[in-house]
Write a protein that binds this ligand. Sequence first.
Ligand code: NAD
Length: 478
Amino acid sequence: MSDTAAAAAALLDRIQAPEGQGREIPDAATRETIGRAPVQTVTDLDDAIARAKAAQPAWEALGHEERSALLLAAADAIDAHAEPLAWILSREQGKPLNGPNARFELGACSAWLRTNATTVLEPEVLVDDADLHAELVYKAAGVVGAIGPWNWPLMITIWQIGPSLRMGNTVVAKPSEYTPLSVLAMLAVMNDVLPADVLIGVSGDREVGARLASHPDIDKIMFTGSTATGRRIIESSAGNLARLTLELGGNDAGIVLPGTDPAAIAQDLFWGAFINTGQTCAAMKRLYVHDSIYDQVVDAVAEIAASTPMGNGLDEENVLGPLQNKAQFDIVSRLVEDARRRGARIVTGGEPAPELGELFYRPTIVADIEDGAPLVDEEQFGPVLPVIRYTDVDDAFARANGLDAGLGASVWSSDPEAAREAATRMQSGTVWINSHGGLHPMVPFGGVKSSGYGLEFGVAGLKSVSVTQVVSGPGRRG
Ligand code: NAD
């Protein structure tokens, strides 16, 4: 066993269920069992929320400076265990160690946590005159419930818990039932340096998620996942009035404007769509290309897709991996088969890669396909990009905006000024120019339309895990 494998096994032993208990979690690439997820119940969850509630006042009372120091120590602890955590993540989620994948995700975790730890949210002076001094003060909301998906399980958990802890909330985090081990292992490492009960992981199924969202002692829910589950969480919040940040599904469009050099953008187009083997909320999921350069763009991206190494994530040469689970594999297969039946052109890929393993699907570019095809209109969340031809720029924007999703979008052009002018026509929470999907811990991120509401990251992200209080008193006259 390599040193990394041994360190990963030791981490797993700290968090997994005893032999013969729990739920077996498969390696996404080989389908071998890698560990046993604890299956916690609604009663365990209630106990966790009670402990988090009891711990919250003292955590908030520590003050920003001390919390900041502890969160920086937690970021150091993640860095110190980055390699075994990346190893567990790679096996459980499927993403390769190399490329913009598992090691990259661990790097993002500590980077985001450090930014959370050091970002300041000052009171805002609203009125300061002779008669009135009024300030808006941001305080902890209380106990935050963090509910995460399986695609970027560690990074998204940090996005939810970092700002929450920073503001003085305590957190109960429920990882996806597909990827609990990597998340619980990261929380264990963080808890080596954090006070007891400020950050509690509860590994359970959808029932536990539903109870977390509806629990009367939960003050805020940070949710990332599908739009369908997001709607259920909104319904629950009618009961406990929990504030919500909902990062939901996307179906991001990219538009390549006429006159753009295909060779200059092909690599970035590819990774904008295929990062994490396409299993990324804000990946490009449909690409509109002007007729004058359509064939060149399709061929250039297809060439990259066909030659990018896919396989077991522990092999350093691979940068694309399997679908994480069978349900997602079936969605991808169904959408591509439907496109083929409709007469769309499969330029490369278009089929599973069984020689690599059960859940591998070849990187696929589908051309000569129209809006209305499910592969264009539904979120494929896998290694497939439909490329749609357009002749009229206004029509391309109308089609890009024609769906009820609005997470990210991108505009591509050799003339950045033209792209910037066109960009705000996109109906999306973020629009990128000549790239797709890049995030920064100080730049707010969030969706519009059915992609959710609320902002994460930066100062706006701290505000969204706070409650406000207006402090109003006499002005300068006294
Ligand atoms: P999902 O909605 O199936 O599950 C997400 C989490 O919700 C899981 O932990 C699950 O156990 C829990 N859950 C299930 N039912 C619940 C309920 N009734 N109440 C509370 N929690 C419940 O989503 P998924 O399949 O894990 O993730 C994929 C989806 O997430 C895609 O649509 C993707 O676009 C989206 N996503 C969005 C972002 C973003 O930032 N907007 C990021 C990543 C993924």
